[in-house]
Design a binder for this molecule. Structure first.
Ligand SMILES: [Zn+2]
Length: 320
């Protein structure tokens, strides 16, 4: 049997991007399993959520958004530090780039390595990579919560850190009046989870509970379709939790019984594939996911930094 191509390196198919208007002045872009984006209108400014992997990729989203509004971007909000979400930031000409304090720290600590790792894993998302001017630096950070008044009768946008999850610093963008949440990679709707930098136990318990407790009626996850209505929103959250809990069971059993990382991977693949195997980036993510959870079971508190070299090593061991 031929070896599986590394991560998403052989995924070159173009995905269709769809802009949807979720409420007056609230926009989302989905892209068939590629990273999602959002934008929220204030009275005389825009808040954008996520930035894609390069300025050239971000400009295509902005061109679509500009068919609806020409307000200037005051805030660009980064849900977390991953390269495919942040390196397109310069295209927005934002007055302020906002993230959690933890995300800024992670960019300082591992932003460069993450850039190289993600470029190797998902080259298709890095459209014209030479257009990236460098790492993206947040210019405003907060610890737990930051509220942006949108003006008029638009209500407010609440940026909130709800606990460790997909990374150490993910935030959500919550519109209490419109009952819409942009959840970043904390929730995936019909897309596989990337958990290579995650805190699986915090994420599956308190963090997802707090996302659910917002009571959103529309949820835009990091990838995949928009969840509409409480049933779909809860289903997306519970799908995310089920993925995490299944991993905890299979990796935990292998770890406790003296098995190997490869045993843990095989058991996890077998348990998840029937439900999630056909979803975007499943095969790509799983080796990195299992390695990180294995590390957590081994008592490694913070995720080991992924480098292009470590990516290949883990891939070859588990998927090679
Ligand atoms: Zn991510």
């Amino acid at each position: 049997m031929a070896a599986k191509p590394f991560a998403s390196s052989a995924d070159l198919g173009v995905k269709e991007q769809t802009l949807e208007v979720l409420a007056d002045g609230v926009y989302a872009l989905t892209a068939e399993g590629d990273p999602n984006l959002g934008a929220i209108e204030g009275e005389d400014f825009l808040v954008c959520f996520e930035a894609l992997a390069t300025p050239v990729a971000a400009r295509r989203w902005l061109a679509k958004l500009r068919e609806h509004t020409d307000k200037p971007v005051r805030y660009l909000v980064l849900s977390h530090y991953h390269a495919v979400r942040v390196l397109g930031a310069s295209a927005f000409d934002a007055e302020v780039i906002v993230s959690s304090e933890q995300t800024k720290h992670l960019i300082e600590e591992r932003g460069q390595q993450d850039w190289e790792s993600e470029y190797g894993r998902m080259p298709r998302l890095f459209e014209e990579p030479e257009s990236i001017p460098g790492l993206t630096w947040p210019t405003m950070t907060f610890r737990d919560k930051l509220t942006i008044e949108l003006g008029g009768d638009r209500g407010e946008l609440v940026l909130e850190f709800l606990g460790r999850g997909h990374t150490e610093g993910d935030i959500v963008a919550w519109l209490p009046k419109q009952e819409i949440v942009f959840a970043g990679d904390l929730v995936e709707s019909q897309a596989a989870l990337y958990t290579g930098d995650a805190f699986h136990f915090d994420w599956a318990a308190g963090t997802l509970d707090r996302v659910k407790a917002l009571g959103a009626r529309q949820l835009i996850g990091g990838r995949g379709a928009i969840a509409r209505g409480r049933d779909q929103v809860d289903a997306a959250i519970e799908q995310t939790r089920d993925f995490l809990l299944t991993m905890q069971r299979t990796v935990g059993e292998a770890h406790r019984s003296g098995g190997t990382l490869k045993d843990a991977f095989a058991a996890t693949h077998e348990a998840l594939a029937p439900k999630y195997g056909s979803w975007p980036i499943f095969e790509h993510c799983l080796p990195f996911d299992v390695q990180r959870l294995w590390d957590e079971f081994s008592g490694i508190e913070r995720p080991v930094i992924w480098t292009a070299e470590r990516d290949r090593q883990v891939w070859d061991e588990l998927q090679g």
